[in-house]
Design a protein. Structure first.
Length: 302
């Protein structure tokens, strides 16, 4: 049961981060490439490296091949964020988030093939209910029904694939070696991705211009956002050590449910920051989704 606490810390904190991402994209990155936002993510990872090293000096004593694969996990993770932010730049958060439901399905296949993870029938049913319930959030009926958006789907399916691959690599090494060692080299991978972005002159110019124009706001909001995102990521990755990959990712897929819940709160309390529909039909649909997720969680934790 303890793994559920860590697993749920991911979607709760990621949902908060999603709304902050949307605010940042609309407020400061309307005329900038969202890749610049990832530089802040990479910087947070780099800043944590000395602290992890001081806490666990052995992080430096790993085989070169293992080091490379752990680092690749970080590169894949931040690359997934790149595709996610691209989608978020042109679509609402509550529309983008449900596409994360593909990650647990990909994770189940990878977990079975690579790790030999086999779920019980009850766990499969529970995972299906969680994914189905959160997928229900993306359905639009009546005059509000949206057409299939191939570009958004392509971006988010690529994102889901990279998330699943990154989680797989992380679990392989975190279970075999050590959680903080794997986390250290994953952050190195994120730092390398950020360095590559800064090496590209147009991104570097945008990054510096953004800092000059909105130094206080950009740094404060990004710092808070990245710490929230970091906390969710660490909780989710720790859960990977305690439960099957596909189940942890199924719990992670509830991010869209929390995105909607926080969106409703923002719409009621801070309407300038949230634009979620709170009509009776929408609330009924979302309530049904929440019920399916709740039943699924009970089944996977049984």
């Amino acid at each position: 049961m303890s793994w559920l606490i860590f697993a749920f810390s991911g979607p709760v904190l990621w949902a908060i981060s999603t709304h902050l991402d949307k605010y940042l994209v609309e407020r400061f990155f309307k005329n900038s490439d969202v890749a610049v936002l990832l530089v802040f993510t990479a910087l947070v990872g780099i800043v944590t490296l000395p602290f992890i090293w001081l806490f666990v000096p052995a992080v430096l004593f790993v085989r070169a091949a293992d080091m490379g694969l752990m680092t690749l996990s970080g590169v894949l993770y931040i690359a997934a964020l790149f595709f996610y932010l691209r989608a978020l730049q042109s679509e609402e958060a509550s529309v983008v988030a449900p596409f994360f439901q593909m990650a647990p399905l990909i994770g189940y296949v990878l977990g079975y093939i690579v790790l030999g993870e086999v779920l019980t029938g009850i766990q499969i049913l529970g995972g299906a209910l969680i994914v189905g319930g959160t997928s229900l959030l993306s359905i639009r009926f009546g005059k509000h029904a949206a057409r299939f958006k191939a570009r958004i789907a392509g971006l988010m399916l690529t994102c889901a694939m990279f998330v699943a691959l990154s989680s797989l690599l992380f679990k392989i090494f975190a279970v075999r070696d050590e959680f903080w060692t794997t986390t250290f080299w994953m952050f190195v991978g994120e730092g390398i991705f950020g360095a590559v972005l800064l090496a590209y002159a147009p991104y570097r110019r945008q990054f510096m211009a953004l800092l000059r124009q909105n130094t206080g706001a950009v740094l404060a909001i990004n710092a808070a956002n990245e710490l929230i995102n970091l906390g969710g990521g660490l909780g989710n990755r720790y859960a990977l050590m305690l439960a099957p990959l596909s189940l942890v990712q199924a719990i992670g897929s509830t991010t869209s449910l929390f995105v909607f819940a926080f969106g409703v709160v923002l719409s009621l309390c801070l309407p300038a920051l949230g634009r979620e529909s709170i009509s009776a039909s929408e609330l009924t649909q979302k309530g049904g989704a929440a019920l399916l997720v709740a039943v699924g969680v009970i089944l996977v934790s049984g």
